[in-house]
Structures are given as structure tokens and as C-alpha cells.
Design a binder for this molecule. Structure first.
Ligand code: DAH
Length: 358
């Protein structure tokens, strides 16, 4: 039995110095496993004379208990060490400045959409949407563009393959078809803006084949042209962050509005610098008008009962005017230097109360 005692002593020492879970498991098997020291010793009890068996049995059980206790204790120690090492490895210093991680920037197009949405939201406008691939019927016909009318050609349309229902499809040339979609979906009274991508086959310093517009639509029983003027002048003052913005409503033509107007904003040019809000010069910023009765009919409403106004803004143009960007083509080059220079801090949604710009 002294032989087993010295083996146990050696095992206890080994357990004490084990430095990882795998070697501890080897020692556990050596002590308590199927062919382990204790198991074999207990098995050998059968061949021992009955008088000695009790005492030897007790001794073996004491060894067993001592080994179990040592294994459990060491297991707890190793487990705690492992957890400490993992925590140290995964530690995150929350007091480090956040700028240490590379930060993305909001594209000016997204910023302008957020700013314009914030302004119209305070006036009670909801957001409406429509698809980029639109039917010719909604892009033109429902908006009172007669067939073969020259206004269709002015839109430099990209034509697509016909739809499965054999409808003629286009990449929408403006956001105006959302007017008809929103009227059909919601009826009246309605007050919505619809920001989105639009497409025309045109490419130079001031035109991109893909660009962005924001459509506006207000329909109820009483809205008239003075509401249109008030709404757009409130918008311009909020957007350009000026108390007084001179606006000029110039008669124009759009098939889907009657009367129609283009709105110019007062400005001046001083040594290559554009100053918004001055009165020396005029610059066109949007199209608008009272919604044509035929469009109200396309939307499923009675034009004898309902009336209202619509407007369309070019987002790139607003961005260029407000943030002084000279070349439209750079908007879509995906150059990170440009985005870092002209982009906006993310996660700072513009509000009128806090200021539009982050
Ligand atoms: N859809 C016009 C365009 O792309 C812009 C426009 C003008 C929209 C007048 C309107 C509007 O809603 O009333 O040129």
C-alpha cells in the first residue's frame, strides 16, 4: 500500500503543477479513469483477505477523495485563469476617442434628402415612394402627356424591355409618377413628398444620366396657388437658413400642372462666389403648379371636388447651391476624398429645432 501512497503523492504534485486543462484531464484519467490508479486499486480489493480489506478499502477511498478534491480545486483555478486571459484579450477601452475607428460619411445627396424631409415633415408631409422602373403609362400618359407630344421627347427617356403584362416600361424620367401612385393608394386629402432616383439620357457638367428629385403633392378640397407660394417660400427660408429669400414665380409649362410656374431664387455673383438671398440676379430652383384635373382623374379622384398643388426639386441642384459644389459629375465618381470633403457626419439626423447641419 505504501506503493500506492507514493503514486498518489506524485499524482497530487502533478495535479498541483498542471498548467492547462488538457494535462489536468490526463491526470484525472490516471487517477480516476477506467484504468486509473484508484479504480485498479479498488478492483484489486477482491483478492485481499477479508480482515485487511476494510482498512485498505478505507485508505483507498481517502486517496480517492484527496485526488478528487485536488482535481476540482485545480480545475477551478485553471478555469479562472482562462477567463481572465480571455477578458484581457477582449478588453475594450471605452474611454478611447471614437475617431480612432475609420468613419464613413453621408453623401450630400442623402444629407439633402434628410434636410428636405425634416422641413416638410414639420409641415405635415409624409414620404411616398415609387419604383425606378416605371410604366410609360404612369411616367407620361397618366400625367397628361399626350401621345407624340414634344414634352415626351424633352425627357430623353431610357426605354426598358416591356413588362410581363406587355406594358411599355421606362426608367422614370422624374418623380412625378409617384403623384398618381400616391393618389391611387391614399386618396385625398393627401400631403406627401417623394424623394428618389430619376434617369435621363444626358451627360455633361450639369447633367448626369442618373440624378435625384423630390416631388411634392398636396391635394384636398380648398388648396390654392397662395398655399403653394407660402409652402415653397417657407421651405426655401428653412432650407437656405435665411430669414428672407426673394422668390420669383415665372409662368412656365408642364403637362401635369395648370397653371405652371418655375421658381427662381434671388442671388448674386461676386467674383465667382454665388450668394443666395441677394437681389441682383435670379436662379431657377424648381418647377411647380396647380395639379391638372386630368392628373387628379388619373389618381382616381373627382377633379370637380379636389384640387391642389405639386412641385419638383432637383436634389443635386439644391446641394450644389447650398454647399458650393461646382461639378455635378463628381457626385457619382465614388471618390473617397470628395466624400470626405463634401460629406456629412452620419447618425446626426437634421432637425429644424437643432439646426439642419450637424
Ligand atoms: N417633373 C418635372 C421635371 O422633371 C418637375 C416638376 C415640375 C414637378 C412641376 C412637379 C411640378 O410636380 O408641378 O422636370
Amino acid at each position: 500500500m505504501s506503493e500506492i501512497a507514493s503514486k498518489v503523492t506524485r499524482l497530487l504534485e502533478a495535479i498541483e503543477t498542471a498548467d492547462d486543462a488538457a494535462s489536468l484531464e490526463q491526470y484525472r484519467l490516471g487517477a480516476l479513469g477506467r484504468k486509473g490508479l484508484v479504480t485498479l486499486a479498488l478492483k484489486s480489493l477482491g483478492g485481499i483477505p477479508a480482515e485487511e480489506r476494510r482498512e485498505i478499502g478505507q485508505t483507498i477511498n481517502q486517496h480517492k477523495a484527496a485526488l478528487q478534491a485536488a482535481l476540482e480545486q485545480k480545475h477551478a483555478v485553471l478555469h479562472a485563469q482562462e477567463r481572465d486571459a480571455q477578458m484581457a484579450h477582449e478588453a475594450l477601452d471605452v474611454s478611447l476617442p471614437a475617431q480612432s475607428t475609420p468613419m464613413g460619411m453621408l453623401h450630400p445627396i442623402s444629407q439633402i434628402i434628410d434636410e428636405v424631409s425634416a422641413i416638410f415633415a414639420t409641415m405635415g408631409f409624409a414620404i411616398a415612394e415609387g419604383p425606378d422602373i416605371e410604366s410609360d403609362a404612369l411616367n407620361f400618359t397618366a400625367l397628361n402627356f399626350p401621345h407624340d407630344h414634344p414634352a415626351r421627347e424633352m425627357h430623353d427617356t431610357f426605354y426598358m424591355a416591356n413588362s410581363p403584362e406587355d406594358q411599355l416600361m421606362v426608367l422614370r424620367t422624374h418623380t412625378s409618377p409617384v403623384q398618381v401612385r400616391a393618389l391611387r393608394a391614399e386618396g385625398a386629402p393627401i400631403r406627401v413628398i417623394a424623394p428618389g432616383r430619376t434617369y435621363r439620357s444626358d451627360h455633361d457638367m450639369t447633367h448626369s444620366p442618373m440624378f435625384h428629385q423630390i416631388e411634392g403633392l398636396v391635394i384636398d378640397e380648398e388648396t390654392h396657388f397662395a398655399h403653394l407660394k407660402g409652402c415653397l417660400s417657407d421651405f426655401c427660408r428653412a432650407f437656405f437658413e435665411l430669414n428672407d429669400v426673394p422668390l420669383r414665380f415665372r409662368p412656365s409649362f408642364f403637362p401635369f400642372t395648370e397653371p405652371s410656374a418655375e421658381v427662381d431664387i434671388g442671388c448674386s455673383h461676386d467674383r465667382g462666389c454665388l450668394i443666395i438671398g441677394a437681389r441682383a440676379d435670379w436662379m431657377e430652383i424648381l418647377g411647380c403648379g396647380m395639379v391638372h384635373p386630368n392628373v387628379i382623374k388619373s389618381g382616381g379622384l373627382d377633379p370637380e371636388r379636389y384640387q391642389g398643388f405639386a412641385f419638383g426639386l432637383g436634389i443635386e441642384r439644391l446641394a450644389m447651391l447650398k454647399y458650393g459644389m461646382p461639378d455635378l459629375r463628381l457626385f457619382f465618381d465614388g471618390d473617397p476624398h470628395w466624400t470626405r470633403h463634401y460629406g456629412f457626419a452620419p447618425l446626426e439626423f437634421p432637425t429644424l429645432s437643432r439646426g439642419l447641419r450637424p
